[in-house]
Ligand binder design. Structure first.
Ligand SMILES: Nc1nc2c(c(=O)[nH]1)N[C@H]1C(S)=C(S)[C@@H](COP(=O)(O)O)O[C@H]1N2
Ligand SMILES: [Mo]
Length: 549
């Protein structure tokens, strides 16, 4: 085989894949965003990849983990497509079978996503048909290289019968030098014809790539147009019957680098398993409260907005937040107390778990008792005075003070199912995380930062501490393992939010280690024992080393 042959064949394969994906994205714009095979397969990977691999990916790519996954998928796909192109040149059927296998994978992934219907298989199927046609066109059809820069392999020429009709070697002796001297072939394979065919092939590649890219971009754009940001803009939130306590003066110390008491929607951390943000139309949104209840309830968005709303500051934290990490934020949430809805639904005896289910199938399991113990557990529609941002759960999510997000904060929630912990494991539980996820008492040093070089003399050491729903009673700081010294606590709205703290340090030149620990209002002091985030949240004291000049 001439060394250029596999390159052209690989190019044909990749071009076919581009045509397939571009087509699939365009079709997916009509059949719904979740039917995009790339997104569906990516979602399947997110849901099935072993936990350590996922942790590694998150550690490696951080907040770009989703983009990394999509880019990785595309590269892998490109590699397979190139291989399929080379195989297709030997036998077109192998290439087509490969494309069919990918279509089956894409369709299966799309069909098994939550809320899928039969139409979700269409992008994969139509994309595969177009991809197969493209592959044929470049390998054996009108855009084929004529001749392929091909030296018939020994096996192919001796065992001709074995190579089949799809084997180009059998059909087409090509290299001008090695070509069998059958007049018409020689006549067709003069240099100028070869160059002309090469140009046609490459022009075809360019055109298909252009059309595929345009189709893909158009598909994504159309899918975006079908998004719900316009519907979100049209929402007018009701005023709460019970307003949030105003943020007391002094809750924000205003120290540079210290996290603000209230986190803006834009700065609020985002964690979820959704590769593309679910677009939930508030017009068709429904919440079903069902399962082990006496009175199942179904609510529309209008029904929900018509109910008395309360507004509360609640600090939300992620169980994956490392000691000192920033997967935590404090917002003013507007919503309906979940307790009132549960009272109407009347949970049956033994229904000790409320499973929040998102439109994308993600679930969290919250103790029924926690939702009914009087705390401000909300079905939230507003965040900091706006409708929920789409990425933070529009139109409706759960917010429960005192529990990590993975057991309580279901975004795009569409079901509350009463069941028991014995009967159902929510999304993260079979993946190695604890079914119970109360927030652990934690504290963080925001300033000075590790690479800061403060001057000797008075230095403001400041940060935040949290023990949602228990509240923080004390924060202490120590330097170089010395005695714990009490920090000053800023004001807070309630025990459900974090609190800023600060401590004045008489810094001396040299390298120093600062540590912080908090005590909650039950009297429990944050443990110094270091534990990772799995299975129920990290522990240990945040430690910052600084060099004082
Ligand atoms: N539908 C859905 N809701 C979800 C999740 C998810 O993956 N899917 N992740 C949860 C986790 S782990 C956390 S910490 C919070 C984060 O909420 P935020 O993205 O608004 O900060 O959402 C929770 N709600
Ligand atoms: Mo989380």
């Amino acid at each position: 085989m001439s060394s250029t042959t596999p390159r052209y064949a690989a190019l044909a394969g990749v071009t076919a894949a581009a045509a397939a994906i571009g087509t699939a994205e365009l079709v997916a714009a009509l059949t719904g965003p979740r039917s995009s095979p790339l997104v569906a397969v990516g979602g399947l990977v997110v849901d099935t990849v072993p936990e350590p691999v996922k942790q590694f990916g998150i550690a490696l790519f951080g907040r770009y983990d989703k983009i990394a996954l999509l880019v990785g998928t595309a590269l892998l796909l490109g590699g397979f497509a190139a291989l399929l192109g080379v195989l297709a040149l030997r036998r077109l059927l192998i290439g087509l079978a490969g494309i069919a296998a990918f279509a089956a994978l894409g369709a299966a992934a799309a069909l098994t996503r939550a809320g899928a219907d039969a139409a979700d298989a269409l992008p994969s199927l139509i994309g595969a048909a177009v991809g197969g046609l493209t592959l044929w066109a470049f390998v054996a059809g009108p855009l084929e290289l004529d001749p392929w820069p091909w030296s018939p392999p020994a096996t192919a020429s001796t065992a001709g019968a074995d190579t089949g009709p799809a084997d180009p070697a059998a059909r087409q002796p090509t290299d001008p030098v090695e070509a069998r001297p059958t007049g018409p072939v020689v006549a067709r394979t003069t240099g100028s014809v070869a160059a002309e065919s090469r140009r046609r092939f490459l022009r075809g590649v360019g055109a298909v790539f252009g059309i595929a890219a345009a189709g893909g971009v158009a598909g994504r754009w159309l899918a975006g147009q079908r998004g719900v940001s316009a519907a979100r803009d049209a929402v007018t939130l009701p005023a709460p019957v019970s307003a949030a306590r105003p943020v007391p003066p002094g809750a924000d110390l205003g120290t540079p680098n210290l996290a603000g008491y209230v986190t803006s929607n834009k700065a609020f951390y985002r964690i979820d398993t959704a590769l593309v943000v679910p677009q939930v139309d508030p017009q068709t949104w429904r919440l079903r409260i069902h399962g082990r209840v006496r009175n199942p309830i179904t609510l529309s968005y209008a029904d929900l907005l018509a109910r008395p709303m309360v507004e509360r500051y609640v600090t939300l934290a992620c169980v994956s937040n490392e000691v000192g990490g920033d997967l935590i934020g404090n917002a003013r949430w507007l919503g309906v107390p979940i307790r009132e809805l549960l009272d109407e639904a009347e949970p049956l005896d033994g229904a000790d778990q409320v499973v929040g289910r998102s439109v994308d199938g993600w679930t969290c399991g919250t103790p029924t008792a926690v939702l009914r113990d009087g705390r401000d557990a909300l079905l939230a529609v507003g965040m900091n005075g706006e409708p929920l941002p789409v990425a933070h759960g529009f139109p409706v999510r759960m917010v429960v003070p005192g529990l990590y997000g993975y057991v309580s904060a279901c975004k795009w929630v569409t079901e509350l199912e009463l069941t028991s912990f014995a009967d159902f494991d929510a999304y993260w539980v079979p993946r190695g995380w604890s079914a119970q996820g109360p927030v652990k008492t934690q504290s963080r040093i925001d300033t000075p930062r590790p690479r800061n070089r403060p001057g000797a003399g008075p230095v403001v050491v400041a940060g935040v501490a949290w023990a949602q729903h228990r509240g923080i009673s004390r924060v202490e700081v120590r330097v170089d393992g010395g005695p714990w010294q009490p920090a000053e606590l800023a004001a807070t709205v309630s025990v459900d939010t974090w609190v800023q703290w600060s401590w004045r340090w008489e810094a001396t030149p040299g390298e120093h280690t600062l540590q912080v620990r908090a005590t909650d209002r039950t009297g429990e002091t944050q443990t110094g024992q270091q534990q990772g985030v799995v299975p129920d949240g990290a522990t240990g004291w945040h430690t910052v080393t600084v060099t004082v000049d």
